[in-house]
Design a protein around this ligand. Structure first.
Ligand code: GTB
Length: 217
């Protein structure tokens, strides 16, 4: 059955792969599932047709037969459950990998995403510097703990899993906007290991091709 996801027609990140369709593309590449992409404009995302797929009028969405999903984490969990390669076979290992998926989205991503929002929307506010320092502190707290737990391991818990995929896409956002990861060399190397995966490269190239086509078209 054909899988169709949605992505920005023109991603504001100019092809850096920071929008959340990138993690879904990566997961699809890891499990070897071909997919189509429907590109949507900001206006189209808010239309009833798109809202029927995504109640919050966002990307990414996922369609496969009569299944429509939203939320990148749920989409990746769905793929990981149905195809080999993103979750371990043993029940306990699987549960731990799922815990890392939640940790990426629920514990590590919020301060990192907040930081981008503050940098975009609060730059001219009198509290800007103070707020930025507070967020930087929250991010560093998470990174220090994550770095300690990862130690010298390649991945968070045994073999590469959907937990690593999500954690790496979350950390990649930092790499695009600051040098903070340099202070945690094992996390920088962890992110680089993720980026070096052939599935990541294919996904990255595919989203970059969208940006390049929109720029030349
Ligand atoms: N929790 C949802 C998920 O994980 O799927 C969040 C989805 C989401 O935030 N979607 C964003 C969106 O559709 C795109 S990814 N925004 C449009 C809107 O809300 O109207 C967030 C994003 C946007 C831009 C950049 N960038 O330019 O670097 C990076 C990430």
């Amino acid at each position: 059955m054909t899988i169709t996801i949605t992505a920005f027609e023109r991603s504001p990140d100019r092809g850096k792969g920071l929008a959340r369709d990138m993690r879904v593309r990566w997961a699809l590449e890891e499990v070897g599932q071909p997919y189509d992409v429907r590109l949507v404009s900001f206006a189209e995302m808010k239309e009833p047709a798109h809202r029927a797929l995504h109640p919050f009028g966002q990307i990414p969405t996922y369609e496969e037969g009569d299944l429509a999903l939203f939320e990148s984490g749920a989409i990746i969990f769905h793929l990981a459950e149905r195809h080999a390669g993103l979750l371990p076979d043993d029940a306990n290992g699987r549960a731990r990998a799922i815990a890392w998926m939640f940790a990426a989205l629920n514990t590590v991503e919020p301060p990192i995403f907040d930081c981008s929002l503050v940098q975009i929307f609060e730059r001219d506010e009198p509290w800007y510097e103070k707020r930025l320092r507070a967020i930087d502190e929250s991010i560093r707290k998470r990174l220090a703990d994550l770095s300690r737990r990862l130690g010298d391991a390649d991945w968070l818990d045994g073999a590469f899993s959907a937990g690593d995929l999500l954690m790496i896409t979350v950390l990649l956002r930092l790499k695009a906007s600051s040098n903070i990861l340099d202070d945690y060399p094992n996390l920088a190397a962890y992110v680089a290991r993720g980026e070096a995966r052939p599935a990541y490269q294919r996904a990255f190239d595919a989203q970059l091709a969208v940006f390049n086509a929109a720029s030349t078209g």
